[in-house]
Design a protein around this ligand. Structure first.
Ligand code: NAD
Length: 794
């Protein structure tokens, strides 16, 4: 098969979805042209340019950095259709009207490149009906590509084929969506609302109905159906508010219009409260009110009886919260048997979910896995309905669901399908997941792109290999595992909570490095979960501090610093595979590695100021060295201070990148580092990098002194800090810490251009770090952080 080379993508429609999909394409560095209707007055691109401006302000941010909005090419259908010829993929995301979409397809058809894939982001229209309107030549390359809002953050993309879609085309698109866009693909059948919205919205409607039956308020329902139930923290009603009540009503209408024969049809009725809210213009978050309303700092909830908002914040009963912490089988039995209305409510919505998924499996999804994945990736659940059912004991749960259906308690009288009772213990097994339509178990799609995911996500019950129990273990301690997959690259996985770096972690990293240098080619620092490292483990240093004060801490800090240099000047390349937060010591660990590969969602920063400290494991030394290198690269006499200011400011203000792209802008990732869109490809890319570096005979940089900005720059920076302090922008303690940061990054009390070593600067870092530890305001910050997890401002 020829490589599917996407030189450029056209996105048609610059509304909520189109603009954000285009933004995400910019994030992953795919050139994109964004179309909308020509404006009647002013610039013909006005509609698109307004949408592009809007992207800079939208929350959560669709762009890695707002200034990247400039990379979006704006276009309109009256002037720029010829641009389509350069596009290898066209994503249509215009308003949800069949006639409008068909009109547009007719308009673009003559301009689309002969090989280009054309895909619609429709949520509710039939892809097959849309395909009927495209010219025959495009039909094999036409399909559905259903993103979830917000597309940068939601993992799921449903791909939908029509009977005439070329199978190879869909495989190519799946590879692109996975590797380049970093999304997780579920193939859906062309049925109303596809999989995730079909099952998800039916579940939300069931939840609303059962909430009414059991007389529960919206705040309590959200507490019960959020994190405690292993679902998105916004629960049910707040999720509806975030999605938009009009959007939700639209999805519901698709169910009503298309599914008259569905045995659950009566449960698709629009809840009266939803209609009433929409009629009032209360559309949820975007209009400031929905099921909830934020007034000042308070979140009020709607009281439907009063038709007004009242105090919210209601929580689950403690006894029910405790039930939810039990293992699946015990949990479901407790909920099923309980007389507590909240527990009964939870059993009811879980039962409705099992019932719905089982009855519809054959029609809407190829396998049970697709439904479970769709609910994980599209609705933020930690497990889908079939996974939970299987984990809780298939036969027992099936029996309870059947009893409720027979007793008329369920949402539909439709019996569970016969396959549920064929003696099975579940739908997920090592050989694959149950396909009700094919009557057999089917494995995951085996496309070459998935070879890039060493530990491909799978459903519970499928027996997928756990990374930390895989490969060949080289050694482990209580907070780190060193292992290898290929015998060439050592992988160090920090297993401590939040991957906090304690002396034991440093010891483990050092041992892993020694093993790599002795017997292997390279070291990769990677862990299977969603955090690189939250920083140094201050709690682990507490006992030493209590016993011997800052003096006792200094040698411990020196060990951290020595290790950072050990890493930088290692005999093998070290690659840090960053994902999620890399803060403080975590950021320093990455910075002292030879290279970084970072998932798109990586948040890096030197945040020590938040706990009243200066970065102490080489972070400031890194900033000073980078400034010297940048100054030297441009011009031998360049002013180092100019290159220092950004790094200084980022550390002094504890700035954290809100994406890998911004982390790079802050200087914590470098040009040669690699941003990986799909988190599950991170290990693959890291190992490839490490091997390539080893094969190209990578050598550590040479140790050499570098020039610093010196005392005059300290004075200049301090002058500005004084203004900030006197203007009330920063506290006296912030001023003090920032001055110490300036002292280190400028090299202390020396002339401009003096040459210093990393060890010298690290000694300065250490001195200030230890002095601050003795400072009462710093101690207040540390104690506050350790006890509440939140920064203290003092
Ligand atoms: P939107 O209303 O925000 O944007 C629609 C865009 O279509 C507007 O920019 C508008 O100028 C343009 N448009 C309107 N009439 C047009 C016409 N006749 N010809 C060409 N362009 C026209 O809509 P949206 O929420 O972004 O939805 C777009 C598509 O994405 C729909 O098919 C929708 O079902 C689907 N979708 C929406 C969501 C969501 O949460 N909003 C999620 C997934 C998929």
């Amino acid at each position: 098969m020829n490589r599917f080379n996407v030189r450029k993508v056209a996105v048609l429609g610059a509304g909520v979805m189109g603009a954000q999909i285009a933004a995400h394409l910019v994030n992953v560095r795919v050139p994109v042209v964004l179309f909308d209707l020509a404006a009647r007055d002013g610039s013909m691109n006005a509609i698109v340019t307004k949408a592009i401006e809007g992207l800079k302000k939208l929350k959560p941010a669709p762009l890695g950095i707002p200034e990247d909005a400039a990379l979006l090419q704006a276009a309109n259908y009256d002037e720029h259709l010829a641009l389509l010829a350069e596009c290898d993929l066209v994503i249509e995301a215009i308003a949800e009207r069949m006639d409008w979409k068909l009109d547009l397809y007719r308009k673009i058809a003559p301009h689309v490149a002969p090989h280009a894939i054309v895909a619609s982001n429709t949520s509710g229209l039939s892809i097959t009906k849309l395909a009927d309107a495209v010219p025959d030549a495009i039909k094999p390359r036409f399909c559905g590509i259903h993103f979830f809002n917000p597309p940068r953050y939601m993992a799921l993309v449903e791909l939908i084929a029509t009977p005439s879609t070329d199978a190879a085309v869909l495989d190519q698109l799946e590879a692109f969506v996975t590797s380049t866009l970093g999304k997780s693909v579920v193939r859906a059948m062309d049925t109303p609302n596809f999989i995730a919205n079909r099952v998800g919205i039916a579940g939300m409607l069931a939840t609303m109905k059962e909430a009414e039956t059991y007389g529960l308020t919206y705040d309590v329902v959200d507490d019960l159906t959020g994190k405690k139930l292993g679902r998105a923290s916004s629960g049910t009603f707040r999720t509806a508010d975030v999605v938009g009540l009009d959007t939700m009503a639209h999805v519901i209408k698709t169910l009503q219009d298309n599914l008259q024969d569905d045995p659950f049809f009566p449960s698709y009725a629009t809840p009266a409260v939803l209609s009433a809210l929409i009629a009032k213009g209360a559309l949820g978050q975007k209009s400031g009110a929905g099921f909830f309303k934020k007034v000042g700092r308070d979140i009020l909830r709607l009281d439907p009886a009063k038709g007004d908002y009242v105090a919210g914040g209601g929580k689950a009963d403690e006894i029910v919260a405790r039930m939810l912490k039990k293992p699946a089988a015990e949990r479901l039995k407790l909920l099923h048997d309980s007389t507590n209305p909240q527990a009964q409510f939870l059993w009811a919505i879980l039962r409705d979910g099992f019932h719905y998924a089982a009855v519809h499996l054959a029609d809407i999804a190829e396998t049970a896995r697709d439904i479970d994945f769709a609910m994980r990736w599209g609705f933020g659940m930690s497990q889908g309905p079939f996974e939970l059912w299987q984990a809780a004991g298939w036969k027992q749960v099936a029996q309870w669901v059947k009893e409720d259906i027979d007793a008329g308690k369920a949402l539909s009288k439709a019996p569970l399908p016969a396959w549920v009772f064929d003696g099975r213990d579940g739908v997920h097994a090592p050989e694959g997941s149950w396909s009700a339509s094919a009557g057999k178990y089917l494995p995951q799609r085996d496309l070459p792109v998935y070879q890039r995911q060493y530990f491909r996500e799978d459903v519970q019950g499928a027996g997928a290999a756990a990374p930390l129990a895989s490969g060949t273990e080289l050694f482990r301690n209580d907070e780190l595992r060193a292992w290898t997959l290929d015998g060439e690259v050592v992988i160090a996985s920090i297993t401590a909570k939040l991957h906090l770096i304690s002396p034991l972690v440093v010891e483990g990293l050092q041992a892993a490095l020694e093993i790599a240098e002795r017997d292997h080619q390279a070291l990769v620092i990677w862990s299977p979960d969603d955090v690189f490292s939250a920083g140094a483990n201050l709690e682990a240093l507490m006992p030493v501090f209590m016993k011997s004060g800052a003096k006792g801490i200094a040698p411990e800090i020196k060990k951290f610093q020595d290790f950072m240099l050990r890493l930088r000047y290692a005999q093998v390349p070290v690659v840090s595979a960053v994902r999620g937060i890399a803060l403080g010591g975590g950021c320093e660990l990455a910075a002292y590695s030879a290279r970084r590969v970072a998932a798109m969602e990586s948040y890096m920063g030197l945040v020590e100021v938040g706990v009243g400290l200066v970065p102490g494991a080489g972070g400031l030394t890194y900033i000073a060295r980078r400034a010297a290198e940048m100054a030297a690269a441009g011009n031998a006499n360049a002013d180092i201070q100019k290159f220092l200011i950004d790094g200084f400011t980022n550390a002094a203000m504890a700035k954290v990148g809100t994406s890998a792209i911004e982390s790079r802008k802050l200087g914590y990732l470098l040009e040669g580092d690699i941003i990986v869109p799909h988190k599950d490809e991170l290990l693959f890319v890291a190992i490839q990098q490490a091997r390539a570096m080893a094969e190209s005979l990578w050598r550590a940089p040479q140790r050499k002194p570098f020039a610093v900005a010196g005392r005059n720059s300290i004075a200049t920076i301090k002058g500005q800090l004084v203004n900030m302090r006197d203007g009330g922008f920063v506290s006296a303690h912030d001023f003090h810490i920032a001055s110490l940061i300036a002292d280190v990054v400028c090299g202390g009390d020396v002339d401009a251009g003096s040459l210093v070593t990393e060890e010298y600067l690290m000694a300065l870092e250490r001195k200030h770090f230890c002095a601050l530890l003795e400072h009462p305001k710093t101690q207040e910050r540390i104690m506050g952080m350790l006890s509440t997890g939140k920064p203290v401002r003092n």
